[in-house]
Design a protein around this ligand. Structure first.
Ligand SMILES: [Zn+2]
Ligand SMILES: [Zn+2]
Length: 282
């Protein structure tokens, strides 16, 4: 990974999570390449780093709290239900893709798929992800940089989901549901869909290609479309109760603006399978 790719890593993770990250890289004493991502404009000691190490066909990613990150960990322990659901859904998806995940609080292992409540006092929080059998360092197959970006992005989206972040009103979220379905939905949309964490989780799980037609907008329009995709709720938001906690793996899908518009040609919307069928049949 050269300097240009470092920028790419920084941009793609910042774009996906909605949180600005800065990336650095180097070679450790065992001659292995590492990368580090830190949230921009935050004191290093009070925040955290995401440390990525590349091994022979393996990527290892760790959460590294800063020296004085006690308050941060305390806040992460108290993440709301939406945040915890997104965190768990992303990790479950990583595990399904063959990653080994170690999630520990104060020394005891936690399972991210269980409903057991989180301990409220986090003195130590370990999150470690390791994925082997990757096509790293090979000339054919996917470029290394893309593999690193994808796994780092997933990890960063999981962490971001439980960070004590203040939602930046609207500005970032014009890429969310862009289809007014009446005032009522719009009001609810502000409540549910404007949650950046769900968008980040949906992208971490499903990627940025349209799930119906497969288009990756940046391949058509270039850099200007990097990371751009609309996020569609498979069940209309207006039908979900106020207490419903969205599962980004099942309830959200990335769709290109064309397929998204087609989905909403009917109420209830066409499913991804139905849109695929429409494409195949025409
Ligand atoms: Zn599409
Ligand atoms: Zn939609």
């Amino acid at each position: 990974m050269m300097l240009l790719e470092l920028k790419h890593l920084e941009n793609s993770v910042s774009m996906e999570t909605g949180l600005a990250f800065e990336a650095t890289t180097g070679i450790d004493s065992e001659r292995q390449r590492w990368f580090e991502l830190r949230p921009s404009h935050v004191s290093r000691d009070h925040a955290f780093a995401i440390r990525v190490a590349l091994d022979w066909r393996r990527i290892r990613i760790d959460f590294q709290p800063g020296k004085f990150a006690g308050e941060l960990l305390g806040n992460m322990a108290c993440a709301d239900e939406t945040g915890r659901a997104a965190f768990c859904a992303i990790l479950a998806d990583c595990a399904e893709r063959g990653a080994e995940i170690d999630f520990r609080v104060n020394g005891s292992p936690y399972h991210f798929q269980s409903d057991e409540p989180w301990e409220q006092n986090w003195n130590r929080f370990v999150l470690h992800l390791s994925k082997g059998l990757l096509e790293l360092g090979t000339d054919d197959g996917e470029p290394d940089a893309d593999i690193v970006c994808r796994w780092t992005g997933r990890f960063a989206a999981a962490i971001t989901a439980i960070l004590p972040l203040e939602e930046e009103a609207q500005s970032l979220d014009d890429q969310m549901e862009g289809y007014p379905e009446g005032v009522m939905t719009t009001v609810q949309a502000n409540r549910f869909e404007r949650d950046r964490r769900n968008r980040a989780a949906a992208i971490a799980i499903h990627g940025t290609s349209c799930l119906a037609c497969g288009v990756e907008l940046s391949r058509v329009y270039g850099g200007v479309a990097e990371g751009f995709i609309e996020i569609h709720h498979t069940t209309p938001v207006s039908e979900l109760g106020a207490a419903y906690v969205i599962n980004p793996a099942k309830d959200l899908v990335p769709l290109c603006p064309n397929c998204h518009a087609i989905a909403h040609r009917r109420s209830p919307p066409f499913s991804v399978q139905e849109i695929r069928r429409l494409i195949d049949n025409n």
